[in-house]
Write a protein that binds this ligand. Structure first.
Ligand code: C2O
Ligand code: CU
Ligand code: CU
Length: 508
């Protein structure tokens, strides 16, 4: 057992790691509130033909829990951010203004843009300053997202509320007849967990084991605890983002109702696939379609059947908290009258040509490591988040990739522009890590030699690598990133990223 595991185990035994019971004053909601739908921004046409969008990172107060005022951060509001709708191929300009008292960045997760426009940790936006990003997305319609990416402080930034959806629109979904009326039959579902102090403020890194991944005991969808959405008795599409810092969800519906998975992180699947469960790791997205045409008057509950899957991901159960061992509710769909909308999910959704790496080319190999000597205790935390929330520590060297810790000044490797590579990621730790890379979307080739599950056979940008697993993927690097603004590859458990499970590469 390495040192970090040991610390977590010791804390679990002493009971300190299991701070998962709800404080008495904060009662769990029972789907009383309506699912908030983030506003959609379609951009304004500028004189140069670009669509322009404006985001402002700011502080505010939110009712994440019913009847509780919580200081939070958000874009253009108190929490989360508007859904940016970017038409494929259209030049856009996004101005991000920082009205917070801390330095931030805004990264377009999953967007195929150059390093300069990627919004990574080198693209800082100081308090009071702004930064403008310009690009045109040439990639399939998809559910992407955006969030800060400050070195050592991505975790607290996202936890404080800074995250939003970015939808690439290519009209392919419309032509296929998929539900596409935003907020009506095409619903954003951003799943996050949070821990609260008794005063109702956000609690971040308040437990010694939180460096293993910050998990909360209250579950929010679009920044609202256990909301309900009213939908018509028709096909409905859910664009689900696991926007949590560290928690995995094993999604399903009460009664084991099957659902169609139609898209992965970066686009539609070749064909829909029926599932009753779907494991979604932090940073991953999935689009699901549900036929509710025969469900008039019924209520459907989206849950996480965590206990069925999460404890198996780790041998000693130390990273699995009480919620990971159970089933809990996330969102209720209330089905109303037939809407007349006559959509259906076609049998073929997209053409996905398999990426062909150059034959004879060696795979680029990575090994995920936990650090035996990391010190997770006794580091003073800055209380500069919303409501005095801890702004985390970061830089603790708790996790690494190939024994290399994130170093802003080191480029870990360089890839020739236009190359397709095979990456082989081996997990030498005792827990699963969702690995994400910037500047590309990829195809999973195999997990321990076996082909990926049908719902993973599409374009991805984040993938869960389980313990004892060797995962192979193919990725094409068609966008440039210089040493001044390199791309990142990292674990999307944000406390792992912040504690150095990240590296940098250029594409030149
Ligand atoms: Cu969603 Cu490098 O991040
Ligand atoms: Cu990213
Ligand atoms: Cu990790």
């Amino acid at each position: 057992m390495n040192r970090i595991d040991f610390i977590a185990a010791a804390m679990a035994m002493s009971g300190r790691a299991m701070s998962t019971s709800a404080p008495a004053i904060l009662r769990h909601g029972a789907f009383t509130r309506k699912l908030p739908i983030p506003a959609a921004l379609h951009g304004a046409l500028g004189s140069d033909g670009r669509l322009t969008y404006a985001l402002r990172a700011q502080a505010g107060t939110s009712a994440l829990l019913e009847g509780v005022r919580t200081p939070t951060w958000g874009f253009n509001g108190a929490n989360l951010g508007p859904t940016l709708r970017l038409p494929r191929g259209k030049p856009v300009e996004i101005a991000v203004r920082n009205a917070l008292s801390v330095t931030t960045t805004t990264h377009w997760h999953g967007a195929l843009v150059s390093g300069e426009n990627d919004g990574g940790p080198h693209s800082l936006i100081e308090p009071g300053a702004a930064r403008t990003f310009r690009f045109a997305l040439d990639q399939p319609g998809a559910t992407l997202w955006y969030h800060p990416h400050v070195n050592d402080h991505t975790g607290p930034s996202v936890y404080a509320g800074l995250a939003g959806l970015l939808l690439v629109d290519d009209d392919h979904d419309v032509r296929l007849g998929l539900p596409h009326t935003y907020g009506v039959d095409d619903l954003p579902v951003i799943i996050q967990d949070r821990r609260f102090n008794r005063r109702g403020t956000l609690a971040y890194m308040t437990d010694g084991s939180d460096v293993m991944g910050m998990k909360g005991d209250r579950f929010l969808v679009n920044g609202c605890e256990r909301p309900h959405a009213e939908v018509g008795a028709q096909w409905v599409r859910l664009r689900v983002l696991n926007g949590s810092n560290a928690r995995l969800y094993n999604l399903g519906f009460a009664g084991n109702r099957p659902f169609s998975v139609i898209a992965t992180d970066a686009g539609l699947l070749a064909a829909p696939t029926m599932q009753t469960r779907l494991l979604l790791a932090p940073g991953e997205r999935v689009e699901i379609a549900l036929d509710l045409s025969g469900d008039h008057g019924r209520h459907l509950t989206l849950r996480s059947f965590s206990g069925e899957a999460i404890p198996h991901l780790t041998p000693m159960g130390m990273e699995a908290d009480a919620y990971d061992h159970t089933t809990f509710d996330l969102l209720e769909l209330r089905v109303g009258a037939r809407s007349g909308a006559n959509t259906e999910v076609p049998a073929r959704l997209a053409e996905i040509a398999p990426l062909a790496p150059v034959t004879g080319q060696r795979a680029r190999k990575f090994t995920l490591q936990a650090n035996m000597n990391a010190e997770s205790n006794g580091v003073a935390q800055k209380p500069i988040g919303p409501g005095g929330m801890s702004y985390g520590v970061g830089g603790l060297r708790a996790f690494s990739i190939d024994h290399q810790y994130m170093n802003m000044k080191r480029i870990n490797f360089s890839i020739p522009l236009g190359r397709t590579e095979v990456w082989e990621i081996a997990n030498a730790t005792k827990m699963a890590h969702p690995i994400h890379m910037h500047g590309t979307s990829f195809q999973i080739l195999s997990r321990n030699g076996a082909p990926p599950a049908p719902f993973e056979r599409g374009w991805k940008d984040t993938v869960l690598v389980r313990r004892d697993e060797k995962l192979r993927l193919a990725a094409r690097f068609a966008h440039r990133a210089s040493a001044a603004n390199p791309y990142m590859y990292h674990c999307h458990i944000l406390e792992h990223e912040d504690n150095d499970m990240m590296g940098q590469f250029t594409v030149v």
